[in-house]
Design a protein. Structure first.
Lengths: 331, 300, 346
């Protein structure tokens, strides 16, 4: 059975100019111990998906439909207090800016110990001991001394390590990591990704890794979901999505990443920009930018359907449109 | 115009009943004051029309009230309503002019301090700091006192209005300067300002055409809130008898005059100007508060 | 005949005084704190070519960009623009209009209160290139077309555009004074990857068409590989390696350059196991003595801890200038055909 099930999730933002649909019919599952990467451009709704799952949507945003289930139990409609308990015990969260997670007034050791005594059946002395162990585990030098330091005494990369320890110390089954390495430099980024990957594997923790960096996903994730304009437009095994994307948008996205191995004559670019939430076109949201668009795309919205080795929301993969798929050259 | 009614500002305005009421009250106050010569039932400065017989008439609804004097009369038989309308004129004139004066001074000095930095900044901001350690009313009193002592009486009476405006204006510039300096420090490091520097635009030109338009939103808010303060400051000075000349009574002057009769039963002479003052300042302040919230992107 | 040189830096440095105010310093008995953002950088950019500077945040690459366009004065060393000392070139409007800059953040680089046509026309007006207002607008329309926007977009305000479109507007503005030399400070790092490709293509196209010279600042090695003729790698305010692009990406020599390339997440999914370089960048206020990279360098020895390495041609790849004792002494194993990032087994 899957650990996390998200079904037809819909998130709305009421504004004075009408309701914006930030997430529209988002469904996916994460198996125990699995790493699901969620990619997309800014505004695609990838961070929103993470926030909706852990119940931290910024008001006035709200879940307007669908379900989120953790081990079969609905968590999207729980009262705040109950959800908060689940968030600490069952779901860990890592954000882009470590300072939003760490309390500047407490030492990192106290914060780790408090999280553990709250959620695990251990006493303060044991928690303190484990706090040091966790800091060692995430690679903080001289952990026994640093355990009594305050967050501001750590550098950015070290802080993010502390946040990782904090997210994992209550031994949650799922970690939601939202752009965990975006604020870090390349060399630090590599260290943090390696750490996250190894710890998740060691502890058997499932992870939802939200990032715009395909390289990070390619190295870390088992499966990947590509989001566009608040919808998942393709989902599949990471190798298949990166090497053999089905949806024209995923294919374009992969093609526009500049390679480091060689110089190309001309980079593939996707013309235009992602629509604003207030102006998502009817039918397939990608239709104005899609090189393979046909009439049906402008009218009827495609659901996720089997496409190559993945599932993609694209009419080219409807059995009755097989001839178009042939012509497109995507097959 | 269409753009304005479509804007977020107008939208938040229509969402706040308190703000709409304040705007209405402020509008009535300002219209009543500006149009006093047309609207007022009497001319309180026309000595010929004053009837000492009519002195100390209570408001129209009182027992001895007279319908020609809706809010009663004062010790010289002046119609209180007319006196208040003319008084509000003086109060508003002083208030507006003082705010314009302190805004201009504060914005210019704040821009210079923020953009040029270094020694200019240090000197200007230390002066502002020192002045801020004194209550502004004290500064206004001091300025007024110095001018009074320096000039002969006849000259002083002629320019008394300007002295008050100057005194209140000068007591308030640091607030503007500090705000503008803060915003300027932020804007100065933005890339559009650097782009202007790359093409070699002079600092003054950059300050005027790039920085200034982008630091004005908070200034607008402070200016509105300061209008209330300036009107009150003028009333305080006039109440203390050092403000506008008695030939041009403002609301403060009226309150002071009425104060003498408060305990002899003629309450209306001081209460009505007081209520007018409160309504005016309160409505302007509420508008300022709304403007601050509406323009603050964090609260939206 | 070698290409004429558009830009040259000779031992340029820029230090910032980040001390606390005098009084606090005296009370706390502190010394002045000097941040050596750029500490002795030399390079040349031949006309019509692109030199990229790469490095992590705080390495001083953006400060170099600002030195070059005169936003900062150098603390030490010299900058020459088209053979003329920079200060002189900057004082002369006809020279100054030949250099322009494109910034990183498309949301901050356009004045939010100005119409796009005024933003683009600002350099034209500042340099008095076209006096007639109608002709100015015509030129703005041309420039907008050139960067792939519509001339009608000139009437709009910046907030009506997406990030990529704003960056096009920035480019149009930079081009409006007919420059030959563009300093591009992370021009695509705030953009989404599909839009980044659009902007990079546009910049390459414009370079070809207008014969532009670029100084390109970026932290993204993959982007740098696509646009550069030569690449300089910076670390803690110093250049540590400078080489033709193909040479640098094919045979990186400085251990830091190699670590940087090693650290990039692998889209090819070759499944290689990476050994990320340990440690973090030291503070530029208290840089380590000797080679700035020695605390993190697996090849560092006593000499590296004491003596600052100079930029010299690398043994084996002489077109590469590299500041590294290990490379100079052959300790990196390159000449033996087995380059390594770990010390030789004892």
């Amino acid at each position: 059975m899957s650990l996390l099930q998200v079904q037809n999730l819909r998130v709305e933002f009421p504004t004075r100019r009408g309701t914006l649909v930030a997430l529209d019919d988002v469904s996916f599952e994460i198996a125990p111990g699995e790493v699901l990467g969620v990619v997309g451009e800014s505004g695609a709704g990838k961070s929103m998906t993470g926030a909706a799952i852990i119940g931290l949507l910024e008001p006035p945003g709200r879940i307007a439909g669908g379900q989120v289930r953790l081990e079969g139990r609905r968590i999207d409609n729980l009262p705040y207090e109950e959800l908060r308990r689940i968030r600490g015990r069952q779901i860990g969260a890592i954000f882009q800016d470590p300072l939003t997670t760490l309390n500047p007034l407490y030492t990192v050791g106290d914060q780790l110990a408090e999280t553990m005594t709250t959620h695990l059946p251990i006493g303060p002395a044991e928690a303190k001991k484990r706090a040091v162990e966790w800091l060692e585990l995430v690679g903080i030098p001289a952990a026994a001394q640093r355990v009594d330091s305050y967050p501001h005494e750590f550098s950015g990369g070290m802080r993010q390590r502390v946040v990782i320890a904090l997210a994992l110390c209550a031994e949650p089954k799922l970690v939601v990591a939202d752009e965990p390495t975006t604020a870090l430099d390349v060399s630090i980024q590599a260290q943090v990704i390696a750490l996250l990957k190894n710890l998740a594997r060691e502890k058997g923790t499932a992870m939802m890794l939200v990032t715009h960096d395909m390289g990070v996903i390619a190295e870390t994730a088992d499966r990947v979901a590509v989001m566009y304009a608040g919808r998942i437009i393709e989902i599949g095994a990471v190798r298949e999505v990166v090497k053999n994307a089905a949806h024209p948008y995923s294919a374009g996205l992969m093609g526009s990443i500049p390679p480091i191995s060689h110089r190309v004559e001309r980079l593939q670019a996707i013309e235009g920009a992602m629509p604003r939430l207030s102006a998502i076109p009817p039918g397939c949201p990608y239709n104005p930018r899609c090189p393979f668009v046909f009439d049906r795309c402008r009218v009827e919205r495609p659901e996720l359907m089997p496409a190559k080795a993945n599932r993609a929301a694209c009419w080219l993969y409807a059995p009755e449109e097989a001839h178009r798929l042939q012509e497109s050259g995507l097959a | 115009m269409k753009a304005f009614f479509d804007s977020d500002l107008w939208w938040s305005f229509t969402r706040s009943p308190v703000t709409m009421i304040s705007a209405l009250v402020a509008f009535i106050c300002i219209a009543g004051a500006v149009l006093a010569p047309v609207l007022a039932p009497h001319n309180p400065f026309d000595l010929a029309s004053l009837q000492l017989m009519d002195a100390f008439k209570p408001p129209a609804w009182g027992e001895e009230g007279d319908a020609t004097y809706p809010l009663g009369t004062d010790d010289q038989g002046r119609d209180m309503l007319s006196a208040i309308m003319y008084g509000a004129r003086v109060s508003l004139l002083v208030g507006f002019c003082a705010v314009i004066f302190s805004t201009t001074l504060g914005v210019v000095l704040g821009l210079l301090a923020g953009y040029l930095g270094g020694r200019t900044d240090a000197v200007l901001m230390r002066i502002a700091d020192i002045q801020l350690t004194f209550p502004s009313i004290l500064v206004a009193l001091l300025v007024d006192g110095v001018v009074r002592a320096a000039l002969p009486r006849e000259v002083h009476d002629q320019i008394a209005l300007f002295v008050v405006i100057f005194a209140i204006g000068i007591s308030n510039w640091p607030q503007f300067a500090r705000t503008v300096r803060g915003s300027t420090l932020v804007e100065r490091n933005k890339e559009y300002v650097q782009a202007a520097r790359v093409i070699g635009l002079r600092p003054l030109a950059i300050m005027r055409s790039h920085v200034l338009p982008n630091v004005m939103s908070p200034v607008l808010v402070i200016a509105t809130l300061n209008l209330g303060f300036a009107i009150l400051a003028e009333a305080t000075l006039s109440f203390l008898g050092v403000g506008v000349p008695p030939t041009q009574p403002s609301l403060g002057t009226l309150i002071r005059i009425g104060n003498d009769f408060l305990f002899s039963g003629e309450w209306w002479i001081t209460i009505f100007p007081g209520v007018a003052l409160i309504l005016m300042v309160l409505s302007v302040n509420l508008l300022g508060d709304w403007l601050r919230d509406a323009l603050n992107p964090k609260l939206r | 005949m070698p290409e004429p040189i558009m830009l040259e830096l000779r031992d340029a440095a820029r230090h910032f005084d980040v001390s606390r105010p005098l009084l606090q310093r005296v009370i706390a008995r502190e010394d002045k704190r000097i941040l050596r953002a750029v500490d002795g950088v030399s390079f040349q950019v031949p006309k019509g070519t692109t030199l990229s500077l790469v490095g992590e945040s705080g390495c001083g690459k953006s400060t170099v960009a600002r030195l070059v366009v005169g936003l900062y004065q150098p603390t030490r060393g010299e900058v020459f623009f088209d053979g003329m000392p920079l200060a002189e070139a900057r004082a002369d409007a006809s020279k100054r209009q030949r250099m322009q800059m494109i910034f990183q953040d498309p949301y901050a680089s356009l004045n939010p209160r100005w119409r796009v046509s005024d933003i683009i026309a600002e350099p034209i007006r500042a340099f008095g290139l076209i006096r007639d207002r109608r002709k100015q607008l015509e030129r703005v329309g041309e420039l907008l077309t050139q960067v792939g926007l519509s001339p009608l977009d000139g009437q709009k305000f910046p907030h009506e555009f997406s990030g990529g479109q704003r960056q096009r507007i920035s480019i149009a503005r930079a081009l409006s004074s007919n420059p030959e030399f563009l300093v591009c400070d992370e021009p695509t790092s705030a953009l989404d990857v599909s839009v980044q490709a659009q902007i990079l293509n546009l910049m390459l196209e414009l370079q070809k068409r207008l014969g532009l010279t670029y100084l390109f600042i970026s932290h993204n090695l993959a982007v740098v590989r696509q646009v550069s003729d030569r690449v300089g790698v910076m670390y803690l305010g110093k250049l540590v390696e400078l080489a033709p692009s193909e040479t640098l990406f094919h045979t990186p020599r400085q251990p830091y350059t190699r670590a940087l390339m090693e650290a990039i997440p692998d889209l090819e999914m070759t499944g290689r196991t990476r050994i990320p370089v340990g440690g973090e960048v030291p503070s530029p206020i208290t840089p380590p003595p000797g080679c700035p990279f020695h605390p993190r360098c697996p090849l560092a020895n006593e000499r590296c801890r004491i003596e600052v390495p100079a930029m010299i041609p690398a043994r084996g790849t002489p077109e590469t200038l590299v500041a590294c004792h290990a490379v100079e002494e052959g300790r990196d194993g390159f000449l033996d055909g087995k380059p390594r990032l770990t010390p030789e087994p004892a």
